[in-house]
Design a protein around this ligand. Structure first.
Ligand SMILES: Nc1ncnc2c1ncn2[C@@H]1O[C@H](COP(=O)(O)OP(=O)(O)OP(=O)(O)O)[C@@H](O)[C@H]1O
Ligand SMILES: C[C@H](N)[C@H](N)CCCCCC(=O)O
Ligand SMILES: [Mg+2]
Length: 224
């Protein structure tokens, strides 16, 4: 196993929460692993410096250092192609790919989190998240919401991923009620039926967010 690429049906669907949960699970099972956010837009000012909020979340379960875990830290909370332009930065996909290869020499499993959804542009309209997932040749995890609207978003995302020839590890549905509602459970059934891709994780809505108290969220040890 050399890693996974985590994308989602949208921004704010829970890619970082899922990445952090998976990182915690891997480490609990003795798998040397790291989470990497190649392009973070919407940087936050903290302790007199700009930080990547997604990396700050990873920090809750693992030791991370900024340089290792984020390559492009962009200030404006918008699409990376525009955030890079506004910061006067050019995103070089080759730099991201070579960084992942370097991390793979040290860690058994590298979790690469995209930005927003699968069709988000990184270099104007010439190169998007799907292209990066393809270049990295990592199995892709699709993070999706659980409620009304998720069937359409998830089916479209997966159809696009298939069209781009991506290898799909599975779908993680995030934000379930406790217990899950009938609608949420039928969403699981319909999404699996319509896409042929398994739901490999079911994450409850957590308030507060705790990474050490969620058990039974993965359907089997697919990450091994
Ligand atoms: N299962 C959950 N329980 C409680 N809060 C959640 C859960 N999943 C996500 N959130 C919250 O929803 C917000 C968005 O989640 P997250 O940052 O993981 O999304 P994302 O897909 O990584 O977004 P981005 O595209 O910016 O990377 C965050 O405030 C996060 O704490
Ligand atoms: C700022 C946000 N939280 C993410 N980092 C970037 C989301 C880009 C979404 C682009 C789009 O689909 O319109
Ligand atoms: Mg995120």
């Amino acid at each position: 196993m050399k890693g996974f690429f985590i994308t989602g049906t949208d921004t704010d669907v829970g890619k970082t929460i899922v990445t952090t949960l998976l990182l915690h699970t891997l480490q609990q099972n003795g798998v040397s692993s790291i989470a990497y956010k190649p392009v973070q837009s919407g940087a936050e000012w903290k302790d007199e410096k700009w930080v990547a909020p997604d990396v700050e979340m990873y920090r809750r379960v693992a030791h991370v250092n900024e340089e290792e875990c984020c390559t492009y830290l962009l200030k404006t909370p918008c699409s990376p192609h525009l955030a890079a332009k506004l910061d006067g930065v050019t995103i070089d996909p080759k730099e991201i790919v070579s960084h992942v290869r370097l991390l793979q020499e040290t860690y058994e499993c590298v979790l690469v989190e995209g930005a927003g959804g699968i069709a988000v542009p990184l270099v104007d309209d010439a190169y998007m998240i799907a292209d990066l997932a393809a270049d990295l040749q990592l199995p892709v995890i699709i993070v999706a919401r659980t409620g009304v609207g998720t069937i359409n978003h998830t089916v479209l995302t997966i159809e696009y991923a298939k069209k781009r020839g991506l290898s799909l590890a599975g779908i993680v549905m995030n934000g379930f009620s406790e217990p899950p509602t009938d609608v949420e459970m039928d969403n699981v059934r319909m999404i699996e039926k319509m896409t042929g891709i398994p739901v490999i994780g079911m994450i409850p809505y957590m308030n507060p967010i705790r990474f050490d108290e969620v058990n039974g969220i993965w359907k089997g040890e697919w990450w091994r």
